[in-house]
Design a protein around this ligand. Structure first.
Ligand SMILES: *Cc1c(COP(=O)(O)O)cnc(C)c1O
Length: 379
């Protein structure tokens, strides 16, 4: 039998940097009755949703919505980009994925690689861009494996100087970290439902600039499912090219209403408050408990949505996660190269500073106990 516990768990215990915790009111939307997707009611709902997404992403362009995870739209960004080599800025696991997607689409890819935990020196990016005749640049706004923010506005500006398109992954940024698609002149911005937008997984969102769409007309192998021209055409009619995930759109519609009431700028501020609280907590653990934790991202480029924390040698990130779990909270384990040496706090989506404080308190107790057991406390 499926779990039939009478009271759903209280919101505010799940702090993984994606998927993020979903409020019960949003989840409840999934039980609304089905509607056909080729009719007025659907089009009206789609129009409301799109207006909401435009306000979140700060764009006047259509917002494409697909039943896919965000990686699907990485593929769309590449498949529809003008012919030619791609410059990929790689500073962690997800920006490397964008480069790998480009290679898998038979693009010649050149990488600017910096160590995990760093962002890019724009002079280096500029030099790299001038060396080849690049059709596009790929970059992750928030690198979720390290908690580092990259100045994608500066990247786009440099790309445009050499007539290249700026393709930006803001999967864990959009809806939590400051982002202005039109104002920053991003050519392709992609994100997903299950990170800072705090929705069920399964929806990908993207915005393409008019210039990107214009150039896509000359791309001959755009494929079928992720053909940007189809998405553009259907979005203008408040429709989707193939069957939409209507129930996920119900949840999205409700969430757009709530985000609209909060206001996107206030939402960004709430995320910065949560980031600052997490940074202060990391420093406090050292003072209060004698356990040295370190934040992977250097000051100045720390993400408002996720903080990646290095544990002292002798302790393992996954053990911290497990100890936290046994106390009723969930935090994220390290990702990729940082799997064993870090844990990740996803302070994004609908979480509140108060809820986060409870999670950090519990995490601190778990860490202190682990450190004591292993004699790792500094004296
Ligand atoms: C989660 C994430 C992805 C992958 O998104 P999926 O929805 O799992 O395809 C890509 N990039 C970043 C920065 C992410 O955080």
């Amino acid at each position: 039998m499926i779990d039939s516990s009478p009271t759903p768990p209280q919101f505010g215990t799940f702090f993984v940097p994606g998927p993020t915790e979903i409020r019960p009111e949003i989840l409840a939307q999934l039980t609304r009755p089905i509607m056909g997707h080729r009719g007025r009611a659907f089009e009206a709902m789609f129009a409301r949703i799109e207006a909401g997404l435009r306000d979140v992403l700060l764009t006047a362009r259509p917002v494409y919505i697909a039943p896919a995870s965000a990686t699907g739209f990485m593929e769309m960004a590449i498949r529809n980009a003008p012919e030619g080599p791609i410059l990929s800025l790689v500073n962690g696991g997800f920006s490397e994925r964008f480069a790998a997607v480009a290679e898998s689409c038979n693009r010649l890819v050149e990488r600017v690689v910096v160590p995990w935990g760093q962002t890019f020196d724009m002079n280096v990016v500029e030099t790299a861009l001038k060396k080849g005749k690049f059709a596009a640049v790929t970059v992750a706004h928030c690198e979720t494996s390290t908690g580092v923010i990259t100045d994608v506005r500066a990247v786009a500006e440099l790309a445009h100087r050499v007539d290249a398109m700026a393709l930006v992954d803001s999967v864990s940024g959009a809806g939590g970290a400051e982002l202005t698609v039109d104002g920053w002149a991003l050519d392709f911005l992609l994100t997903g439902s299950q990170k800072a937008l705090a929705l069920p997984a399964g929806l990908a969102f993207a915005v393409a600039s008019a210039e990107y769409v214009e150039r896509a007309k000359r791309v001959t192998d755009r494929g079928y499912y992720f053909d940007v021209l189809q998405y553009e055409k259907y979005a203008e009619k408040n429709q989707t090219p193939s069957t939409p995930a209507t129930h996920l759109l119900y949840a999205l519609e409700a969430q757009m209403g709530d985000i609209g009431r909060e206001g996107i700028e206030r939402r960004w501020e709430r995320h910065m408050v949560m980031r600052d609280a997490t940074i202060e907590w990391v420093e406090g653990v050292s003072l209060r408990r004698g356990v040295d934790l370190r934040i992977v991202a250097p000051e100045g480029v720390r993400s408002p949505t996720v903080t990646v924390v290095t544990v002292p040698s002798g302790m393992r990130g996954p053990d911290v996660c497990e100890a936290v779990k046994s106390r009723g909270f969930t935090i994220g384990s390290g990702y990729g190269d940082l799997k064993d040496t870090t844990f990740r706090i996803g302070h994004m989506g609908d979480h509140t500073p108060e809820g986060l404080r409870r999670c950090l308190h519990v995490t601190e107790n778990a860490i202190a106990e682990l450190a004591e057991r292993r004699h790792l406390v500094r004296v």
